[in-house]
Design a protein around this ligand. Structure first.
Ligand code: ATP
Ligand code: MG
Length: 779
């Protein structure tokens, strides 16, 4: 990458600044650093800083240092040093040779301190901590000088040397900068530079009895390493003046490191201070730093969150100057998006209820070939799934007394077993207390046409063969706290009681859970989606005898508050997710109906209708599918009245609408047939893309709104001309420089990736054909 990469639309203020500084020749190249203090594990907030600092170095062909800011001996530990390197590398960043320790600079920092004393810019103060605090003054009143402020230089120098040699007790003296006791910025009122600490340092042993303060050390560490852009969080805004004062005082010349602040990441329903995280660990509220409920990178990893999802999330939230709390729904969204194409689908039952197929021979086992991926994930593979007489289903999927819109099993009702057969509940077995202990069902044979009067199918549920399934521990993790800001200060007590907000049900272990046999030998770290239950990862403690799964995230947001996602975006996102799930359902239905030979032999009346549809230009199979169901056939003809394009209308009706209906009869739809015709006309006329059409249809099914109204309200009209697309194309190319380079280097398969990014940016409004053409031209 050349340093003058293309300016990206909506580029954040830090990137803008770096680009400017490079273009103006202020610095020959960008040098950033990520400076953790090794006093705890890294968390998702650190990830924001890592992605920013290492990301800048990557994007602008500079470098990023990993520097341990280990200047406080009291809380630092080699365990943390190792964990931090592991986590940064796991996120996918490489510091190369640039691994540094601030403690290696102690000699140089001390030499500068003596230089400041000799120059009259620092002095040793022998006041107590309380006196120093008291004399600092307030925001409205200036401070008062310490009696030691004018101590002779030689005396300060001698005391400082004695302090270093360990000849004084902690608290007896401190070294202070001599700046201005009346400064408006309280930090400039003779700040402390060094204090005595008789604690051995984890790397320096007891070589030192004095340790530098953050404000003195940090800027000098940056200067020593020739950092150009020293990025820190907003709380340090007032410290910038001191940062520059120290660099001036020791005589570092410009151009030199400059501090810039950005807003820290605050995430809802968790805490991010290392002190509080340490308390959670030490007091046993969680099971270590890598407990999957912790916001630490090691916790997220154990939870099954991938580094790609975290980087994507950091990209998505961006870098700005304003404080806010980011909704965890956004992190969860990034996680689902990433796992969707990474986690094969499987079946698992968390709370088993036995179900016996009474008309299935006791010794018969049929091995079904079940696809591991839904049709909208471009991956292939399947696994064998055994169907037998003794099954189990999820206890929640049966109701003895079903509510009106129950789409699962109930007495005398039918459901489809996912990938399997349709079953009908003929008997409910209960114990003396009236609790349901098992179900007895009949099944419909596969490969046979369903009779016209066959019972309605009330949904598709997951299931397992009792004998072939394996028992497992399935850990369901939920948010660690019950409130969005657990460390907010209580206005009544003036205190923050974050432990009081712990979620008592943040971990639930399902020890009776059972999994399909293919999961028996899943390796630690493997991702899987248990259909209808969520995404899971195989825990490190898992064994073939007893698999252990950790739930990474549920399939949908169960906490419902999506405050920070722009509403429209979220609605579209939800519709997209629903549509994808329903499309998978539809594919399954089609497969099932093809298997049962529904279209094979029609009675003469329907045969005639099918022929009529065929004459309109439909494929035989589609014509027959429509003819088979009188309600569907009627709907089709109604839709044609609004848009006389039989093939297109049939396609939308059979492939999209039918999937969205699940098991609802078409007569239950909240809109009339012509509305479907109108929608298809919008797509055919090029007013909206097919992708947008699907979103619109999903909303029509939910609300019954006319298609034009949905298009207008959601702003889904197609971005027809190239001019409207260009900024999106440019933005996507600019924010993926590595992929661009890879593409140009021959990895042309990346074209699909770029198209996807642009479709996502435009929420499906762009025409993929035009996008492709534009991209090919531009790349
Ligand atoms: P503490 O919790 O003890 O205040 P810290 O979170 O500041 O510590 P450091 O090890 O000093 O921990 O942080 C290393 C770097 O990560 C710093 O540059 C800091 O600005 C950045 N950082 C820490 N927390 C966040 C956050 N929530 N969002 C963005 N950056 C952060
Ligand atoms: Mg810090």
């Amino acid at each position: 990458m050349s340093p003058s990469r293309h300016p990206a639309e909506g580029e954040d203020f830090v990137r803008e600044m770096v680009r400017r500084d490079l273009e103006n020749g202020k610095y020959p190249s960008v040098v950033t650093r990520f400076p953790p203090e090794p006093n705890g594990y890294l968390h998702i907030g650190h990830a924001k800083s890592i992605c920013l600092n290492f990301g800048l170095a990557e994007e602008f062909a500079g470098r990023c240092h990993l520097r341990y800011d280990d200047t406080n001996p009291q809380t630092e530990d080699p365990e943390y040093v190792a964990a931090i390197q592991r986590d940064v590398a796991w996120l996918g960043f490489d510091w190369g040779e640039h691994l540094y320790f601030a403690s290696d600079y102690f000699e140089r920092l001390y030499a500068w301190a003596e230089q400041l004393v000799r120059g009259g810019l620092a002095y040793v103060d022998s006041s107590s901590e309380a006196e120093i605090r008291h004399r600092r003054g307030t925001i409205s009143e200036p401070g008062t000088p310490s009696p030691d402020r004018d101590r002779p230089i030689e005396e300060s120098l001698e005391l400082l040397r004695q302090m270093r040699r360990g000849e004084h007790e902690e608290g007896a003296h401190v070294l202070r900068a001599k700046i201005d006791m009346a400064a408006d910025n309280m930090l400039m009122r003779d700040p402390l530079l060094y204090r005595i600490r008789k604690t051995p340092h984890y790397r320096q042993g007891d070589a030192w009895s004095i340790y530098p303060m953050y404000d003195y050390a940090h800027c000098l560490e940056d200067a020593i390493e020739n950092i150009t852009h020293s990025l820190c969080t907003l709380e340090f805004e007032n410290n910038r003046e001191l940062y520059d004062w120290v660099l001036n005082a020791v005589g570092i010349e410009r151009p030199r490191t400059e501090q810039t602040e950005f807003a820290r990441l605050n995430l809802g329903y968790t805490v991010m201070s290392k002190r509080k995280l340490l308390r959670l660990v030490q007091e046993g509220h969680v099971d270590g730093w890598d407990d999957p409920r912790m916001p630490t990178l090691s916790g997220l990893r154990r939870r099954g969150v991938t580094p790609e999802a975290i980087r994507r999330f950091c990209d998505d939230i961006g870098v700005a100057k304003s404080h806010n709390v980011i909704d965890v729904a956004r992190l969860e969204h990034a996680v689902r998006d990433d796992l969707n194409h990474r986690a094969p689908r499987a079946l698992g039952v968390l709370d088993p209820l036995p179900l016996e197929l009474i008309d299935w021979p006791a010794d018969r086992v049929e091995w079904l070939d079940a696809p591991s991926w839904p049709h909208d994930v471009p991956r292939e593979g399947s696994r064998p799934l055994p169907l037998a007489r003794q099954l189990i289903i999820e206890r929640d999927d049966f109701s003895d007394d079903p509510p009106p819109d129950w789409h699962r099993l109930a007495p005398d009702r039918s459901v489809r077993l996912r990938h399997g057969v349709v079953v009908h509940c003929v008997e409910v077995v209960k114990d003396v207390a009236g609790r349901v202990v098992s179900l007895r069902c009949t099944h419909e044979p596969r490969g046979v046409e369903r009779p016209a009067d066959a019972p309605k199918i009330h949904g598709t549920i997951h299931w397992l063969s009792a004998e072939h399934s394996v028992s497992a521990d399935v850990r369901l993790y939920d948010r660690l706290f019950t409130v969005e800001q657990p460390d907010a200060v209580d206005p009544e007590t003036g205190e923050s009681d974050f432990l009081g907000h712990l979620n008592p049900t943040s971990l639930e272990v399902r020890t009776a859970a059972r999994l399909e046999p293919s999961l028996a030998d899943a390796a630690a770290g493997e991702h899987v989606q248990l259909e209808r239950q969520g995404y899971f990862v195989v825990d490190a403690s898992s064994t073939p005898e007893r698999p252990v799964l950790n739930r990474t995230v549920t399939l949908r947001d169960t906490w419902a508050k999506i405050a920070n996602l722009p509403e429209a975006h979220e609605a579209a996102e939800r519709a997209r997710r629903n549509a994808a799930e329903k499309a998978a359902f539809k594919a399954e239905q089609r497969r099932a109906s093809a298997e049962t030979g529904e279209v094979a032999d029609l009675d003469p009346e329907r045969q005639e209708i099918a022929q009529r549809f065929e004459a309109l230009g439909l494929q035989t199979q589609d014509a027959r599918l429509l003819a088979l169901d009188p309600a569907l056939a009627q709907f089709f003809e109604g839709a044609l009245q609004a848009h006389d394009a039989p093939k297109a209308v049939a396609n939308w009706l059979l492939n999209e609408l039918r999937g969205l209906l699940e098991t609802r009869p078409i007569g239950d739809l909240p809109f009339a047939p012509p509305a479907l015709g109108e929608l298809v006309a919008l797509v055919d006329g090029g007013e909206i893309t097919a992708a947008a059409g699907k979103t619109v249809l999903a909303e029509m099914v939910e609300t019954g709104s006319p298609p034009r109204e949905v298009v207008a309200r959601r702003g889904l009209a197609r971005l027809a001309d190239d001019e409207a697309l260009v900024p999106h194309v440019e933005a996507v190319l600019a924010s993926h420089p590595q992929q661009v380079e890879a593409y140009r280097g021959g990895k042309t398969a990346l074209l699909g990736f770029f198209v996807g990014q642009i479709m996502q940016r435009t929420r499906g409004q762009a025409d993929p054909q035009s996008v492709r053409a534009l991209l090919t031209k531009r790349l």
